[in-house]
Design a protein around this ligand. Structure first.
Ligand code: UDP
Length: 480
């Protein structure tokens, strides 16, 4: 019998572990209504399209094979687009090749399932896992899971029960959507909630059953951290010694801009307040914007307040970098992208202690958390940071590092990849068990091992080698 120890086996196999099995693994991202190559800002193209594209590209950079499945919306669109080595968009035929709004897509989903299965059979591609996005793709995933037994992960992007909570006459599709969203939570292997608030909503409004893991949305940190404060101020015509308080976002009463304006009346030293954002289309937003403009005049802040209007994503990094402090005074905030974007630009954030902001801003390290709707407390926080350039700089640097480590696309992909692996390892070992000739005793031992703990990739590699050795007869099992 060969002499070996489990530890040395693990060590010797660790180096080859990644490329041997997992780099070859193919994953299917499904986003029926969100083509990753669509122009952002186009009808119904937004956060979901970016999410699947960035995730696909980032997984491919790690050596995975990723196919992103979406629906063909135009007869001139190519079926397959190679986004990068290892990452493709596959456009399937389901319904007419034209834009169909999300609320009218449900009837075409069975066609999408058929087209997916045909594609898989035609190309002989084996997928280790499917990751579905939004409830429509979730439904497709449940069908594929039932047929093929693949592990399924789901990201909701939005939840019907939240969206229609205060809507008087929800569309007809709302009840079907709720039913499907419940089935997804209860039947998929894991749901990714992007915020603790979303996880809570899922539990309270959808179901107590099913597994939920919180993995935040990532942002392109290099984009938001691409410009220095000096250059940004030169570009925007802001003097280097001016103290800039920055707000970025919509004019929605819940965003708490009024609290910020009132807080500014308590500040004694000279400052400028930049209000970045604005909307003319949405009635509530527009009314709020007018209300804020009037308030600024009434409170004598017109001279020091700049309303920039809506700024494009391309120009936003300069505003974030130019600010001495970015204030997020919301009364409610599910995630709070602005806080993360500001921190990526090394600007400390003062935010209300509500919703997702409690988890994105680290009090005393990357900025400060203050009670919502409290102009006095907010004014004290702003004063403390504006008065102390050393503290501002150290908070800004810590904010930058914090966002890199937690909210960058790479950091988020690493967490999702780990989740993929934890779900595919079991399947992988079962395959080994089925293909090798094992003694009933050894098979039982392995099954028990699988039940007892979540195995890490290197442990699986060791197990694989061990099974090989047993099958070849180079190692023998000794009872007792
Ligand atoms: N934003 C923008 N231009 C502006 C103001 C805001 O592009 O003039 C973007 C900002 O970069 C952020 C988003 O709008 O990504 C706002 O996201 P957040 O989650 O903070 O708030 P929401 O509007 O989703 O409630």
């Amino acid at each position: 019998m060969n002499n070996f120890t489990y530890q040395s086996l693990v060590k010797s196999l660790e180096n080859s572990a990644t490329e041997m099995q997992y780099s070859q693994t193919a994953y299917a991202l499904i986003s029926v209504d969100g083509d990753p190559t669509a122009e952002i800002g186009k009808e119904e193209a937004g956060e979901q399209n970016i999410y699947v594209r960035e995730l696909g590209l980032s997984l491919a950079k790690r050596g995975c094979q990723v196919d992103i499945f979406t629906r063909r919306e135009d007869p001139n669109q190519e079926e397959i687009v190679q986004l990068a080595p290892g990452c493709r968009t596959i456009r399937l035929l389901a319904g007419p090749t034209e834009f169909i709004s999300r609320n009218n897509l449900f009837e075409y989903l069975p066609e999408f399932v058929e087209a997916w299965l045909n594609f898989q059979q035609r190309t002989k591609r084996n997928y280790a896992l499917i990751h579905t996005n939004y409830w429509l793709s979730g439904w497709v995933g449940l069908k594929l899971k039932a047929k093929l037994g693949l592990p399924q992960i789901h990201t909701y992007h939005s939840i019907g029960a939240v969206k229609y909570r205060d809507v008087q006459n929800p569309p007809q599709i709302a009840s079907i959507r709720h039913y499907v969203e419940k089935a997804i939570l209860e039947q998929t292997d894991c749901v990714i909630a992007t915020t603790p608030q979303e996880a809570e909503d899922l539990r309270q409004l959808i179901s107590q059953d099913g597994r939920v893991k919180i993995i935040p949305c990532g942002i392109d940190t290099t984009h938001f951290g691409s410009i220095s404060k000096e250059t940004a101020r030169q570009q925007l015509g802001i003097a280097s010694d001016e103290q800039i308080i920055l707000y970025v976002g919509r004019f929605d009463p819940r965003k708490g801009v009024e609290t910020l304006i009132r807080a500014c009346t308590y500040l004694l030293h000279p400052f400028k307040l930049y209000l970045v954002g604005g909307s003319c289309e949405d009635e509530i937003d527009f009314r709020e914007q007018q209300h804020i403009q009037n308030l600024v005049k009434t409170l004598g802040l017109a001279e020091v307040t700049v309303f920039t209007g809506r700024i494009s994503q391309a120009l936003l990094p300069a505003y974030y970098a130019a600010g001495d402090v970015c204030v997020v005074p919301s009364y409610y905030e599910p995630f709070g992208l602005v806080a993360i974007e500001a921190m990526a630009a090394r600007t400390p954030v003062i935010a209300s202690e509500v919703g997702g902001l409690q988890h994105t801003v680290v009090h005393g390290e990357t900025g400060l958390l203050v009670p919502p709707r409290n102009p006095n407390a907010l004014a004290i926080a702003i004063r403390n940071l504006l008065a102390d350039p050393v503290l501002r700089q150290s908070n800004g640097n810590a904010a930058y590092n914090w966002v890199q480590s937690r909210f960058s696309t790479q950091a988020v992909t690493a967490q999702i990849y780990e989740l993929y692996q934890s779900l595919t390892l079991g399947t992988f070992v079962q395959e080994i068990i089925q293909t090798k000739k094992l003694t009933p005793n050894l098979e039982r031992q392995i099954q028990n091992l699988l039940k007892s703990k979540a195995l890490k990739p290197h442990e699986i590699k060791a197990l694989e080698k061990l099974i090989d050795s047993f099958s070849n007869g180079t190692v023998q099992w000794v009872n007792g």
